[in-house]
Design a protein. Structure first.
Length: 262
């Protein structure tokens, strides 16, 4: 199980949370990838994707908050863009106020165009008089795809409390379904064979399931030291396993390779 040592591509993933409607714990926005996707086909994932060249445009300095170096800003711009493309939610304000559902719906027709040409996202934000609220994004995790994989990503996970009045809608292309779900419920569905989860998604859902509400989830994320996880493959007498660092805080340090996607 070897492959060329391809440099991982920068990517951003967004863990959107809200207080559970039941009043217990949090709900997280998950989207289900199309069965035709080359990576994570049919899996339930957090919205996200690769960083585009346009996400590093210095012009974003005038249309987003916070003080970041250009690489960190590009990760956060990519996070906001992917959330818009895949769910229709806009992590932005207009004149200091959060956007209402009707305002976001007006941009639905532009989601496909932004997906095809990420450089159009800054045009949308500029023309609409918006400002991206990048400070809302709390670093949550950092995973690098193992070297044996042909498609490798250097993925930064950000947690953000979802806009309170906007309505999520999957794009119908990369994301064929979406759901607000309690992490523990989705994890149980995986055990029953009713939901496919990639290994990093599963472990981050387990962390998220510990939170009593969305405020606690954000507070915990901002207090936690993010440890980079680049799993290593090790041969055991009973088969191959992936090793991850204990200091990453997931409560496990290895997983059988056969359980990584499922």
């Amino acid at each position: 199980m070897t492959a060329p040592n391809t440099a991982p591509k920068p990517a951003s993933t967004v863990v959107l949370v809200r207080d559970a409607l039941s009043g217990e714990g949090v709900e997280v926005l998950m989207v289900r990838r199309s069965a035709g996707m080359a990576f994570g086909a049919s899996a339930w994932v957090f919205p996200g994707g690769k960083v585009a060249e346009a996400d590093a445009d210095p012009a974003w300095d005038d249309h987003s908050d916070g003080s970041y170096d250009h690489y960190d800003r590009s990760l956060r711009i990519a996070a906001a863009r992917e959330v818009f493309e895949e769910s229709g939610l806009l992590l932005a304000t207009r004149d200091g106020a959060e956007l209402a559902a009707e305002a976001c719906t007006a941009f639905d027709a532009e989601r496909g165009a932004v997906e095809a040409q990420p450089k159009l996202f800054i045009n949308l934000v500029r023309t609409a008089g918006l400002r991206l609220t990048l400070d809302r994004l709390a670093p949550f995790a950092h995973w690098i795809t193992p070297t044996f994989e042909p498609r490798r990503f250097d993925t930064h996970f950000f947690l953000v409390r979802a806009p309170s009045v906007q309505v999520a809608k999957h794009d119908g292309r990369e994301a064929v379904d979406h759901e607000w779900v309690r992490p523990a419920d989705l994890l149980e569905r995986r055990v029953r064979g009713e939901a496919k989860l990639m290994f990093p998604t599963r472990l981050n859902l387990e962390v998220l399931a510990r939170a009593a509400n969305s405020a606690e989830a954000e507070e915990s994320a901002r207090a936690r030291t993010v440890v980079t996880v680049e799993p290593l493959v090790v041969e055991r007498p009973d088969g191959k396993v992936l090793l991850i660092p204990a200091e990453a805080g997931y409560g496990i340090t290895e997983e059988r390779l056969g359980n990584v996607l499922g």
